[in-house]
Ligand binder design. Structure first.
Ligand SMILES: NC(=O)c1ccc[n+]([C@@H]2O[C@H](COP(=O)([O-])OP(=O)(O)OC[C@H]3O[C@@H](n4cnc5c(N)ncnc54)[C@H](O)[C@@H]3O)[C@@H](O)[C@H]2O)c1
Length: 395
């Protein structure tokens, strides 16, 4: 299988390097607007297996042409590109995967999950697979939810928890993944599934503490908008699910900065006129942060992403947490990247390598809830993403 790796930022680099190790992947075509980044990443792949292409994703014709040259399109651009890239993949007749979604359109001006899932029929008609939201969270978090759902007799609530205890060298404010995505998901009123109904909380208003397994430990987390709060109720409702929510650990200084961005409208995507030039405020603000790739070697600590299921097994109440922990320092030592990039990029790559070997036969547009969790977790172990499970005492 030939793969088009669209975007070779922090996560895209890891996607490409992990899938290139799979014998069923013949070649990886790296495509990005940034030529120097293409050279940098290409040098880390086996020479006979890599090609490069300077490409601007806003050029629809170029996207379709690039997709036609491969079997599978792996989209590691900012989420605003999801629908344009899905449409190009459909036009070229190629399979597709991304690691998250944007929207809702009425707030951010870009497509959300509903628009992606609505392409299910089009993908099926062409016998194509569209794997959506397949990173670590969303992605592995949804697969953990599916595994837990299978293990429980009744499921009352599913909570995704993402905690990072890292310190960063050299920067006051930093974000370990796409800065645009982070600003958007933190300032949206987060979607939550409460008492069996989809609702929205106020942005940056709901906090909780959680004791992650060592070495991450206890952290304060904030509810932000995330795909899982929509996906888990959509796909895992069969055992009585009433509540679904997502929490992430945020540096308090970052929360203060987000509030200032909101007051000044700096989180808006729509371009504004600045001294005769049209600029997108969110893209300008994101450009002032270190790029996620610039944090390689500068983060120290570990990140844990997991899903907590509360329900019953054999009539007894159970609180079970399935999780994955990645050390930023180990990722730097073994791969020369930071932990979030490794955790996300390698997780998505696991779905692609299974697909390349013909182990994912499903067609249409679907998230990680529908895949076989045991096969997925076995693939994760192979690339060094250890998974854990623990039963917690009553809350
Ligand atoms: N699901 C998860 O767990 C998870 C976690 C982290 C990141 N993500 C997602 O993964 C994606 C990649 O994140 P990242 O941290 O690598 O971002 P990044 O900002 O490091 O990389 C983005 C890349 O896109 C390229 N690019 C920008 N505009 C382009 C254009 N017009 N045409 C072609 N290339 C262009 C940039 O040069 C850069 O190399 C994002 O969508 C992010 O939301 C998902």
């Amino acid at each position: 299988m030939r793969v088009l790796q669209l975007g070779v930022g922090a996560v895209g680099e890891v996607n490409a390097r992990v899938i290139a190790r799979e014998p069923a992947v013949e070649a990886v075509v790296l495509a990005d607007i940034d030529e120097s980044r293409l050279r940098e990443v290409a040098a880390k792949l086996p020479p006979g297996k890599v090609e490069t292409l300077v490409l601007d994703a806003s050029d629809h014709g170029a996207l379709v042409k690039a997709a036609k040259g491969v079997d599978f399109v792996l989209n590691a651009l900012a989420t605003a590109w999801d629908i344009p890239v899905m449409e190009a993949s459909l036009e070229a007749g190629r399979h597709y995967l991304d690691m998250g979604t944007g929207g809702p359109r009425e707030i951010t001006g870009t497509a959300d999950l509903d628009e992606q899932l609505a392409l299910d029929g089009e993908f099926k008609k062409r016998d194509l697979a569209g794997l959506v939201s397949f990173g670590i969270d969303p992605g592995v978090s949804d697969m953990f939810a599916r595994a837990l759902h299978d293990e429980f007799d009744t499921v009352e609530s599913l909570t995704v928890l993402d905690g990072d205890n890292a310190t960063v060298d050299g920067y006051e404010l930093a974000c370990s993944f796409s800065v645009e995505t982070m600003i958007e998901e933190c300032l949206l009123p987060p979607c939550v599934f409460r008492d069996g109904r989809e609702e929205r909380n106020e942005a940056l208003s709901v906090f909780r503490e959680f004791e992650f397994p060592a070495p991450v430990g206890k952290l304060t987390l904030c509810n932000v908008d995330h795909e899982e709060a929509q996906l888990m109720p959509l796909y895992l409702r069969g055992k009585g699910l009433r509540n679904a929510i997502f929490f992430i650990g945020l540096d308090p200084r970052m929360i203060d900065a987000f509030k200032v961005f909101r007051i000044l409208g700096l989180h808006q995507r729509e371009p504004v006129d600045f001294q005769g030039a049209m600029i997108s405020p969110i893209q300008f603000v994101a450009s002032r942060f270190p790029r996620p790739v610039d944090l390689a070697g500068k983060l120290h600590g570990a990140v844990c992403v997991g899903t907590l299921c509360e329900g019953t097994i054999g009539g007894e109440p159970v609180r079970r947490f399935r999780y994955q922990i990645t050390s930023h320092d180990d990722s730097w030592e073994k791969w020369g990247v930071q932990g979030t990039a490794f955790q996300t990029g390698a997780s998505a790559a696991c779905a692609v390598t299974q697909f390349a070997r013909g182990e994912i036969a499903r067609r249409g547009v679907f998230p990680a809830e529908v895949l076989d969790p045991a096969a997925y977790m076995a693939e994760m172990q192979k690339v060094g993403l250890a998974v854990g499970v623990v039963d917690l005492p009553a809350d």
